[in-house]
Design a protein around this ligand. Structure first.
Ligand SMILES: [Zn+2]
Ligand SMILES: [Zn+2]
Length: 345
């Protein structure tokens, strides 16, 4: 009985319906008119969409346990420790940096816009470094290991990634004067949208959301981010407003002719928890062992994934450059020579 009770408790908190259940039990729905009440009504959207996605896959007999198993195991592994560390990191950064903030903002619509732009910048920083600094890639790569896209992918993170992300994001935002209630509100929207952009092709086939694809970051853009195709690697780091990708030149639309291949570039077993969770640490360890001298060892830790002390780099930047050059050369080959006489084919 005790076990069933714990299970029910877990399910209620996973679905985010505790407040709604309370309202249902007391019959008092007034809370829905408050700010908190509205948030509690939005919280269950992602878990329900996830259930819908799985239900749909079951009905159409497209359900493959491998697509969901690993993110679920990771979710359970992270359930307590990661969340606890993350809350502690946010609380610490607010307490430590608030006195150094440039100025103070209040909870108004114009500070909300300012706050969101700053938040996106801090998110861009954390995410960009997560791809460009080998040690941080070890923390972030777990999120890129799934070979298909579905809502459970938003739960697939290494347990130290959330604290790492929150230290950077909270520090930047607090220093830029965003007050904590406004920051929590932005975090809530960011978290909900950040989960939604992992919606699978089963529910949203092209994920472009119509005209919104030209204004904000859509599931289609985030699918591009999860792709290992050379053209798509290390693009679309933003979450909702993709202004910073446009500013820093990392923005990439999904191209019809370049079909997305999900996952990371190294050989790995996506169904092995240890490979998914610690695989990149193991690879870094192997590189550190073979690197001559302390300087090379340190460079392996801070340089982008693919950097090599031998000079034979295979970073995303180099792979993409080679791909684009090849594309370019290929396009030239296809062009008919100007003085060629037309031939019957
Ligand atoms: Zn990423
Ligand atoms: Zn993602």
């Amino acid at each position: 009985m005790e076990f069933l009770h714990t299970l029910l408790h877990e399910l209620v908190s996973f679905l985010g319906i505790r407040r709604l259940l309370e309202m249902y039990q007391t019959g008092d729905y007034h809370a829905l008119l408050t700010f908190d009440g509205v948030l509690s009504a939005i919280s269950p959207v992602i878990p329900f969409l996830l259930l819908l996605e799985i239900g749909r896959a079951l009905v159409y007999k497209r359900f493959r346990i491998e697509d969901y198993k690993m993110p679920f195991i990771i979710f359970v592994a992270n359930r307590f420790i990661s969340r606890f560390l993350s809350i502690a990191a946010v609380a610490f950064c607010i307490g430590f940096f608030e006195k150094y903030s440039l100025f103070k903002t209040s909870f108004t619509w114009y500070w909300f816009i300012y706050g969101y732009i700053v938040w996106e910048f801090s998110h861009f920083l954390y995410h960009f470094w997560g791809h460009k600094v080998r040690l941080f890639w070890c923390l972030h790569s777990t999120h890129h290991t799934p070979q298909t896209m579905n809502l459970t992918v938003s739960y697939a993170h290494f347990f130290l990634e959330a604290p790492y992300a929150d230290v950077i994001r909270t520090t930047v935002c607090i220093l830029a004067g965003i007050n904590p209630p406004l920051l929590f509100f932005i975090m809530f929207i960011d978290g909900t949208w950040g989960a939604f952009i992992h919606v699978g092709e089963g529910i949203l086939k092209n994920g472009r959301l119509g005209f919104l694809n030209n204004i904000i970051l859509t599931p289609s853009h985030h699918r591009v981010h999860h792709a290992r195709n050379p053209l798509y690697m290390d693009t679309n780091f933003c979450n909702l407003l993709n202004i910073w990708d446009k500013v820093f030149g990392t923005f990439q639309h999904e191209k019809k002719e370049t079909v997305i291949e999900y996952g990371i570039t190294r050989e790995m077993n996506p169904n092995n928890f240890f490979d998914v969770y610690f695989g990149e640490f193991y690879c870094l360890w192997k590189d550190l062992k073979k690197a001559p001298g302390i300087r090379n060892k340190l460079l392996y830790i801070v340089m982008p994934p693919g950097w090599s002390h031998t000079g034979d780099h295979k970073t995303a930047k180099i792979v993409k450059k080679a791909y684009l050059e090849e594309e370019h050369a290929h396009a030239h080959d296809q062009e008919p020579l100007p003085l060629q006489t037309p031939q019957a084919v």
